[in-house]
Design a protein around this ligand. Sequence first.
Ligand code: HEM
Ligand code: SF4
Length: 574
Amino acid sequence: MAKDTKDLSRNEAIKEASAYLRGTLAEGVADEITGGISEDDQQLVKFHGMYLQDDRDLRAERSKKKMEKAFAFMLRVRIPGGVLTPAQWLALDEVARLYGNRTLRVTTRQTIQLHGVIKSNLKTTLKEIDQAALDTLAACGDVNRNVMCDPNPYQSRAHAAAQALAKSVSEHLLPRTPAYREIWLDGEKIAGGEEEVTEPIYGKTYLPRKFKIVVAVPPSNDVDVFAHDLGFIAIVDGDGEIGGWNVTVGGGMGMTHGEPDTYPRTADVMGFCRTGDVLAVAEAVVTVQRDWGDRSNRKHARLKYTIEDKGLDAFRAEVERRGGVKLGAPKPFSFTSTGDRLGWTEGEDGNHHLTLFVENGRIGNHPGAAHLDGYRKLAESHKGDFRLTPNQNVIVANVAPEERPAVEAIVAEFGLDQNLSGLRRNSMACVALPTCGLALAESERYLPDLITALEERLEAHGLAQDDIVIRMTGCPNGCARPYLSEIGLVGKGPGRYNLYLGGAVDGSRLSKLYAEDLEHEGIIKTLDPMFAAYARFRGNGEPFSEFLLRMSFIAPTGNGRDFHANTGPQQPVI
Ligand code: HEM
Ligand code: SF4
């Protein structure tokens, strides 16, 4: 039975009335009286890869002067698998300098964000992005977003096959609406307008909520497969070929403080399919969620809740029916880590690759650290490609051996390679202030200083070079996947964070809430005795998170609905 439309969330009506994502965006963008756009268009513009934001550092001052907020747009590029040519890098560098805030932001989902683009520059920026054979379509919004993939260029045919798969899944699930081309690139309107358009996969109202897909190649779980709505895990057979894919469904991070009906959840492994069936499976998962997902409550609209409510077996059966594919039993696989291997590596084909740490993904020019200039110089001479990692880092990939000294010289000149502690090289923070409208606390601008303070304690315990995964977000939405890290800090209010502990280093187990409302000193005081105990009593090769569980600093974690149960702190057994 059709649902009473009264029950639908407001966004559903906006999508329905938008004529396939057009709304009044064209008029709104042309309106010079304001730097913003209408509330309904703010929802629609996300499907075009943009968020309307304002500089929150300037809010109070501008409000005192009765001025409009300092509006600007965040643009997120769609880069399946995170691979960019040097020419594309240069194009993004150019628009960031001319129209953005002169930084490139590498994200936790393998894209680049530009911040600070004012409305009058939007169309020029998007045209330049288009000329570089890139776009921002479906980078945000209630659709399938950027498809991620293990970006590792140095191993095997399996990695190349995974990249190709990510690209084809991305293409297959792209919205078909011409609205993007019409509005931003002055493309021809299709004669007859709306009637001509169809969205065979999405329909008029697209999905109930955002949808995220990744492709993983074990033993690396750098894409954090269990954090995503849909995942494909490569099963590589004895001769290095991909024999098929385990299919994961129902992962997601977002939750709301104080609302136990919202929770992060790790994905279930639903079955196994052959490469030829991947598109049918992906499409079926998307359409089942399109029809079964909750369109009345956006906080309960992600696939993770559909699966919790309907059960995995019912969901699998419907996917099999719609896709015309019988899924096999999942094949064995194992992951070792979610991190990146920094530094130089050599590939089977003789090419060399350099993975460079980028602190919280932000590449800009600062006194003594002209990193934006450095990457530009690399892009001007590099003949291989650039690969964005899901850990907000950059791989200068496919460097011919004879080109390596030139790359090394630029890296040294601009200080792109740094000596890092084990904590810092495993750190990620979301953007948060000043651009993110949802931030309750600082994240990107604070985590580097917190790490400096924690490094002093780690150094004192002889742990400076031990890998420990730390992630911070400015609110519980979870953009930097803090619930899958060993130490997760989630903003609660200005200068205050909830501390989560115990996420598994292979990304398979959620962390657990340990303490609430900690300020800077509180975070250090809480972690320091744990570091001390870890240094003394850890087992050989035992990760920090496993140690905390074994010694009962924290209770075993729950998944899904159970996430909020058994909250720490516990009484350690040492
Ligand atoms: C209810 C959930 C969420 C909402 C409402 C939300 C909203 C936002 C907003 C407004 C921004 C822009 C911040 C800025 O650039 O100023 C952002 C950034 C971002 N979000 Fe989310 N987000 C949510 C959950 C997630 C999750 C679970 C992931 C990843 C698994 C994610 C991935 C990202 C990424 C990659 C960025 C770019 C910056 C970065 O690397 O941190 N988001 N999100
Ligand atoms: S986690 Fe929250 S504060 Fe951070 S970018 Fe995402 S929505 Fe903004």
